[in-house]
Design a protein around this ligand. Structure first.
Ligand code: GLC
Length: 438
């Protein structure tokens, strides 16, 4: 199929997943608004329908809590096709939660800051887009303030996540190390994901027990951040999450400067302080000399989780590593993930025995991570590898369609059956459009 037709298909996917004021990631499997999906989807819309891009972000920010928190799922509609839904999550337990929207009590990688900058980059009417940005940017600032005030118990400039669903990389093998430290009760519940997607590609029942248990603990404490930091068995400083936050910090600084209103100087100053401190701690604490990449830090058990995943390379996107470190990281990426029989970039180390190229975050290629890595590689001048990252991303979509994730093994792509999870998936379509047009 020619690129123009494929791009039109991507536009159709986005328009079909648009629900008047927000987008769903895909029909059936994910029928609500998700935080980081929304941001990435807005980047796609910005190329052909800026009002929808703006509305997407406005709706997301409308669901912000009064303490600055933005939830990971906003339950706009009632449906029993998803578990766990609003009655399980009970966001109303938190005194500052939104009165207008039901949501979860957890968050997701804070992409909004850099997304606003992308809208500005893409816009054909920058004055109008800047006006829009001015109308929402303080809410995003407030979200960052929430993170640094509530999620950084050791005052390091690094924030924790308390649930694997906050990481965005929900079923990564990295979490196996945390599950080993827990022994949750066996819950009785009815899964919905496995009625939409092959169970072999989704987490196990026992893994779900862990997920629910952490939420139960948070709910028993009304989603109080201090209590969660004290009690949650899952407390992790995630390199992808923190890289996204730092990337967004920098975007807010740049955008406030472009807006150029003196009243914003204090915010710029504060953002810069977070940025400097966060960058320093990130490089000191999350880099593993032995592996030569960034890894997750288990704050509950005070140790590094020494596994290489696509999140290990996300710091390139936020311009965090030195040139020397970046070179080492890219060597490792190519050595472990870059074999000619593999598409870039598997979500987990293909040389590890935990690697599974079919299972949700345990190996398959994800378009959102590839997109970040593409821009990261380019920023550091690794043009050839960036080019391959982009071409691989386009090719897997060409071969299979706009799936949620894809087999990393090229051989599996021969029959066009190497796309897994949800189909007609919004961010795969959105970021495909961005890659074609950047
Ligand atoms: C899956 C992904 C998560 C994403 C959500 C909706 O749960 O792991 O990152 O936000 O789907 O697409």
């Amino acid at each position: 199929m020619c690129m123009k037709d494929l791009q039109n298909n991507a536009i159709t996917v986005l328009n079909n997943n648009w629900k008047d004021k927000f987008s769903i990631p895909c029909a059936k499997l994910y029928p609500f608004q998700w935080f980081w999906d929304s941001g990435l989807i807005a980047i796609g819309f910005a190329h052909f329908d800026m009002p929808k891009a703006e509305k997407e972000i406005e709706t997301l920010l409308d669901a912000q809590w009064s303490n600055g928190f933005i939830p990971h799922i906003i339950f706009h509609t009632e449906t029993d096709t998803y578990f766990p839904g609003p009655d399980f999550h009970r966001s109303d337990l938190h005194p500052e939660s939104s009165k207008k929207y039901k949501s979860t009590g957890m968050t997701q990688p804070p992409v909004t800051g850099f997304v606003l900058e992308d809208l500005y980059r893409i816009s054909k009417d920058r004055d109008a887009t800047l006006k829009f940005i001015e109308s929402v940017i303080d809410k995003v600032y407030k979200n960052h303030e929430y993170f640094y005030n509530q999620r950084d118990p050791q005052d390091e400039g690094l924030v924790y996540i308390y649930h694997n669903w906050e990481s965005g990389t929900d079923n990564s093998p990295i979490w196996d190390d945390i599950w080993d430290t827990m022994n949750p009760p066996e819950y009785t519940f009815e899964r919905r994901d496995t009625t939409h997607v092959d169970a072999a590609q989704r987490p196990s029942k026992r893994e779900y027990d862990h997920y629910l248990h952490i939420i139960e603990i948070a709910k028993q404490n009304n989603y109080n951040d201090q209590k969660i930091a004290e009690l949650s068995p899952f407390l992790v400083q995630d390199p992808l999450f923190n890289a996204v936050l730092l990337k967004s910090n920098q975007s807010l600084i740049d955008l406030y400067r472009i807006i150029g209103n003196k009243n914003n100087n204090d915010k710029i100053h504060q953002l810069q302080k977070w940025q400097d401190k966060g960058t320093k701690s990130f490089n000191n604490k999350l880099y593993d000399e032995e592996l030569g990449v960034y890894v997750h830090y288990d704050l509950r058990n005070e140790k590094l989780l020494k596994h290489i995943s696509s999140s290990s390379f996300a710091p390139l996107f936020a311009n965090l590593p030195s040139e020397t470190r970046a070179e080492k990281m890219v060597d490792i990426m190519m050595e472990k993930f870059g074999n000619p029989d593999q598409y870039l970039c598997a979500s987990f180390d293909p040389t590890s025995d935990r690697f599974n190229p079919k299972k949700y975050w345990r190996g398959p290629v994800w378009v959102n991570l590839n997109w970040m890595l593409y821009y990261g590689l380019k920023q550091y001048g690794f043009y050839d590898i960036a080019k391959r990252m982009k071409q691989d991303t386009i090719e897997i979509i060409e071969n299979n369609g706009f799936y949620e994730y894809f087999d990393s093994r090229k051989e599996e792509h021969k029959n066009g059956n190497a796309g897994y999870g949800g189909h007609n998936f919004s961010w795969s379509a959105a970021l495909f459009i961005d890659l074609l047009n950047e």
